[in-house]
Write a protein that binds this ligand. Structure first.
Ligand code: ACO
Length: 321
């Protein structure tokens, strides 16, 4: 059986940044509250579509792998903020990168989406159904943000990241992974006024991100730590074997709580929430790229990654770089 080696990676970071001081001119908040409660200092706001963010990240990943779009069999896009619902957003990306004839599919598992997509694409490569895939996570979270509400306005940002997976005999890529969903109380995190459950003959209010922060905080720490333990046992590894932790970036204090539970040193943890806020599915894809750029991830690094999001979905993966 083949492995699904990661041979390319890329990201797309929108140039426009909004700092905490700038946000405090729009809503009643301040840099001190935001940075101590969340670790966020700025977030990026995209003026282009989710498909365009995804296209740039995918193209950068293909360039890194030395491939062209026509070489891939599957374009899999994790997003909960698609450019269009029908046709799917992945089909736009497929067209833009010239992946003629490749399968193109969106997957929505909110903030856990990238690890879900990695597992789905890896399984197809490992079973021999396809040879190459580009797995992308792209989000335009700020499109849904109600800038008048300070609780959500400060948390979210836009961006995209992508990896290229190729069939290989080299034991690397996603080597163990668990994805799941705990649907009890799924309404503690959702986007209101969005979707076909609405009565289309009645006026619809603006879409709005709704969440119970404290409850999600507790569940995210518990869910991600448990998922990491499960994946370690699936991979028959212990925490000492892990070189780098790449967690979903929703709140610095959530990351620190997981780190404490798993007993992982600061130097091994990838954090970039200060620059980008929560970009939902894209946080891990972007963080992987930046961890390579800054030397935290090296060839053959053992990486643990974990995510938690609306659903309530959760995921953890052991990746050998
Ligand atoms: N600026 C100033 N004050 C604020 C702000 C703000 N931006 N937002 C809320 N407050 C106020 C509240 O009104 C409240 O005031 P009150 O005590 O007078 O009622 C006070 O701050 C405390 O609010 P809490 O919600 O209790 O603050 P908490 O310390 O829990 O932090 C936060 C809130 C940052 C949302 C935290 O709960 C969190 O990070 N939760 C998990 C992340 C999350 O829910 N993300 C949504 C996406 S899900 C995901 O990505 C996994």
């Amino acid at each position: 059986m083949k492995y699904a080696q990661i041979t390319g990676w890329g990201k797309c970071i929108p140039p426009a940044s909004i700092t905490n001081d700038e946000i405090s001119q729009i809503v009643e908040t301040n840099d001190e509250w935001i940075s101590t409660r969340t670790g966020i200092r700025a977030r990026r706001v995209s003026h282009v579509s989710t498909a365009e963010l995804a296209t740039v990240a995918a193209q950068n990943a293909l360039d890194c792998a030395g491939l062209e779009g026509k070489d891939v069999d599957l374009v899999l896009l994790a997003t909960c903020t698609p450019s269009t619902m029908v046709a799917n957003t992945a089909s736009l990306v497929q067209k833009n990168i010239g992946a003629v004839g490749a399968a193109a599919c969106d997957t929505n598992a909110a903030c856990s989406g990238f690890l879900y997509a990695m597992q789905l694409a890896t399984a197809q490569i490992r079973t021999g159904m396809i040879k190459r895939a580009v797995v992308i996570a792209a989000e335009r979270m700020t499109w849904y943000v109600n800038w008048a509400k300070r609780d959500s306005a400060v948390l979210f940002g836009d961006g995209a990241g992508a990896v290229v997976l190729e069939a290989s005999d080299e034991p690397s890529g996603l080597l163990a992974s668990k994805i799941g969903c705990d649907t009890e109380d799924r309404n503690i995190l959702h986007i209101a006024n969005c979707g076909t459950d609405l009565n289309k003959y009645e006026p619809i209010g603006p879409s709005d991100l709704m969440f119970e922060g404290r409850e999600i905080f507790k569940r995210a720490v518990k869910g991600m730590s448990q998922a990491c333990d499960d994946v370690l046992s699936q991979a028959q590894l212990s925490l000492e074997d892990i070189d780098v932790l790449v967690p979903h970036q929703a709140n610095l204090r959530i990351i620190q709580a997981i780190q404490q539970k798993l007993n992982i040193e600061d130097e091994k943890v990838m954090v970039n929430i200060d620059k980008y806020g929560n970009t939902s599915a894209a946080t891990i894809a972007i963080a992987l790229c930046e961890a390579v750029e800054n030397g935290l991830i090296k060839p053959e690094s053992n990486i643990m990654s974990a995510a938690f999001g609306a659903g309530l979905t959760w995921a953890a993966s052991y990746i050998k770089w």
